[in-house]
Ligand binder design. Structure first.
Ligand code: 5GP
Ligand code: MN
Length: 344
């Protein structure tokens, strides 16, 4: 049996909120990933079955591989259509916040959501949710929002409304947030949920190929270049760093998503327990970090890169040049030497 959610009071409040709402907007975090788009499209699919009008608003563009999810192509990109996105948020009766823990994670939309009179619900698995939602179902111990959403839908007695499209969306998020069940995937319960999604017709092989084994030629070459020429490894510290400048990205006609997963690659080297990837954007450097074991990359990202995330997967941004970001990273290697060595 699937382990129950045990959030009875919140589920009751959520049910009332949904029942009272006609127009619902689902919002996910910036640079939406498989868990964000998967949870939004699954939620939309199920709500449509009970007669609700759900629009998905995304702060910026999604990865092209996610456009195949049912309903994803109709999501409103607030960067391209800000007025329409703001209007939807202002006119909504209810806003469902999925896969983010604070309004800063949805960029400029944060102020619009805060100002909207709509009721707000949050379903998420990031640590330390801020207190902006009327109903907040936050479960950081769970590996994906999609897994949590499945349980929420069951608790709402909507299991029967999860059909193949929603099942494929949920499975996509569960797979992408765990690296196809390779990390944060020790809880036996997630496989019971997977079994239910498969029974509903989700095509696991198709989703796996689409999310993990589909790369353009430029993308493959960029990643190979990064590992061959731009990866530095400190074997004594168990640390690794990959950097890519704007020029390098341009050389390989980089499009969003092309470096997805690159930060994980150095962790394949025996002894490496901490990996960082710095990618130069316009005016700032995007930071991604991964670790094995107890090494808390969310603390590093929070303390030094204005970000956060999970114990083993976190990110942030550095306001400055790539040279300055690398200098900061190197200085952190020195000042945190004890931390690095104790986690090796
Ligand atoms: P990625 O490295 O794949 O971009 O992000 C990994 C995880 O780090 C995300 O799931 C998210 O929890 C967190 N994260 C990434 N970028 C940021 C950021 O700029 N701010 C915060 N607070 N968290 C981030
Ligand atoms: Mn997630």
């Amino acid at each position: 049996m699937i382990a129950p959610l045990q959030e009875d009071k919140k589920i009751k409040a959520l049910r009332t909120m949904i029942d009272d709402a006609e127009r619902i907007v689902a919002i996910v975090h910036m640079s939406p990933d498989g868990d964000a788009i998967g949870s939004a499209t699954a939620f939309q699919s199920v709500m449509t079955k009970i007669g609700k009008d759900v629009r998905i608003v995304i702060p910026d563009m999604m990865l092209s591989s996610l456009r195949a999810l049912p309903g994803a192509k109709e999501a409103i990109d607030a960067t391209r259509y800000p007025d329409f996105a703001h209007q939807l948020i202002n006119d909504a009766d209810m806003i469902m916040c999925l896969d983010f823990n604070e309004l800063s994670r949805i960029g400029k939309l944060g102020d619009v959501v805060a100002a909207s009179s709509a009721k707000k619900a949050l379903i998420d698995h990031h640590l330390h949710p801020s207190d902006f939602a009327d109903v907040c179902i936050s479960r950081p111990e769970m590996s994906s929002t999609c897994y949590l959403l499945f349980k929420v839908l069951c608790a709402l007695e909507m299991f029967d409304y999860i059909e193949k499209p929603a099942a494929e969306s949920l499975l996509t998020g569960m797979m992408t947030d765990t690296g196809n069940f390779s990390y944060n995937a020790a809880d036996p319960d997630i496989y019971i949920v997977v079994a239910e999604l498969l029974k509903k017709g989700a095509d696991k092989e198709k989703i796996y190929r689409r999310q993990f084994e589909t790369h353009s030629l430029n993308c493959m070459r960029l990643n190979s270049y990064a590992i061959l020429n731009k990866m530095e490894v400190w074997e004594d510290m168990g640390a690794a760093l990959i950097t890519l400048t704007r020029d390098e990205l341009n050389n390989f006609h980089y499009v969003k998503g092309d470096t997805e997963g690159l930060v994980n690659r150095p962790l394949a080297i025996p002894g490496v327990v901490y990996s960082a990837f710095l990618r130069e954007e316009d005016g700032y450097v995007k930071v991604s970090m991964r670790s094995l074991g107890k090494f808390p990359v969310n603390e590093l990202c929070h303390n030094h890169f204005g970000g956060g995330g999970h114990l083993n997967a976190a990110g942030g941004e550095f306001e400055g040049t790539m040279e300055e970001a690398v200098a900061l990273f190197r200085s952190l290697l020195q000042t945190n030497k004890d931390l690095y060595l104790s986690n090796k």
